[in-house]
Design a protein around this ligand. Structure first.
Ligand SMILES: *[C@@H]1O[C@H](CO)[C@@H](O)[C@H](O)[C@H]1NC(C)=O
Ligand SMILES: *[C@@H]1O[C@H](CO)[C@@H](O)[C@H](O)[C@H]1NC(C)=O
Ligand SMILES: *[C@@H]1O[C@H](CO)[C@@H](O)[C@H](O)[C@H]1NC(C)=O
Length: 273
């Protein structure tokens, strides 16, 4: 019985070929904006986010559903995540350590269209100081950090600016911002650039406090805060992160992935018959 049932998808795959050209024509005009894709999860799982690992090359990455050639072949135009979050959240949203994309085109940074959504939703972008997100090179300086702050202020307003320095989390920091003692130099630079006292205070603390107040108002006060990490053996289901737990926990996922991958050629062969 079940053999007949599982033949149906194969029939569907074969007949779908007739519509392929039409699909491609339409998708060249309207690439898919995919609302959810867990490639970042895979990169965490496979490489512990060590993206400098040569195997993490998105062009040659194997054993994933997603890489750049596959995205091109699938006419995938974008991921909706940043915008979807800003549109769906009942409370303002925090970019905890991202800078301005139009000043340095790193994917960590926030593009102008998203900055406008940040403004609309009274959200916050906390500027990261890592040289490579500031200048898109290994070298950067304090004045270039101020350029990011100026840009975000210009596009999203002074209420949208904060600091997400990343000290002790990054290997390269800007000249003039070598450690946490240098914050006053950055504030001085903003004042030199005509930021008002209220704007500077907003960037220092008040904007974050405002956002947290709004988050608290939007949250469910009857729900207990979850502050203690739950021991892994008490967690059910597979939809959770293994980050921070001892490794080797996700072998089951890999086995399933391998099984599905090895079935794929079988499906293709049957289809060609
Ligand atoms: C990734 O692989 C492609 C194709 O082999 C190669 O051209 C590119 O330089 C690689 N990128 C990095 C960062 O190694
Ligand atoms: C910061 O770096 C930029 C780009 O290299 C340079 O044009 C600028 O003069 C530097 N500013 C200071 C204060 O060193
Ligand atoms: C700051 O304001 C002063 C006085 O209005 C003006 O002369 C100066 O050009 C402004 N500086 C910047 C960087 O906008």
């Amino acid at each position: 019985m079940w053999t007949r049932w599982w033949l149906w998808p194969l029939v569907a795959v074969c007949t779908a070929d007739f519509f392929r050209d039409e699909a491609e024509r339409i998708m060249r005009d309207s690439p898919v904006i995919d609302g959810h894709n867990d490639l970042p999860w895979q990169l965490l799982d496979m490489f512990n986010n060590q993206l400098q690992d040569a195997r993490a090359n998105l062009t040659t990455l194997a054993d994933t559903h997603t890489n750049i050639p596959k995205l091109r072949a699938g006419f995938v135009g974008g991921q909706a995540t940043m915008k979807a979050t800003l549109q769906l959240s009942r409370a303002p949203v925090i970019f905890s350590h991202s800078s301005a994309y139009s000043v340095c085109a790193s994917r960590r940074n926030v593009p102008d269209d998203v900055l406008r959504l940040v403004k609309q939703t009274d959200s916050l972008v906390m500027v990261n100081f890592y040289n490579n997100y500031i200048s898109c090179t290994n070298k950067a300086n304090l004045s270039q950090v101020a350029d990011h702050l100026d840009h975000i202020k210009e596009v999203a307003g002074a209420r949208a600016v904060g600091f997400g320095g990343d000290f002790d989390g990054v290997s390269r920091v800007p000249e003039g911002l070598e450690d946490v003692s240098k914050y006053p130099d950055l504030i001085a630079e903003l004042l030199r650039r005509n930021w008002t006292e209220a704007e500077v205070k907003g960037a220092l603390a008040n904007n974050l406090l405002r956002v947290f107040e709004a988050v608290e108002q939007a949250s469910n006060p009857t729900q207990a805060p979850e502050e203690e990490p739950i021991p892994r053996d008490e967690l059910g289901g597979s939809c959770r992160t293994y980050y921070g737990y001892p490794s080797g926990a996700s072998n089951l996922h890999r086995q399933w992935g391998f099984l599905l991958a090895s079935l794929a050629p079988l499906v293709l062969c049957l289809c060609l018959l």
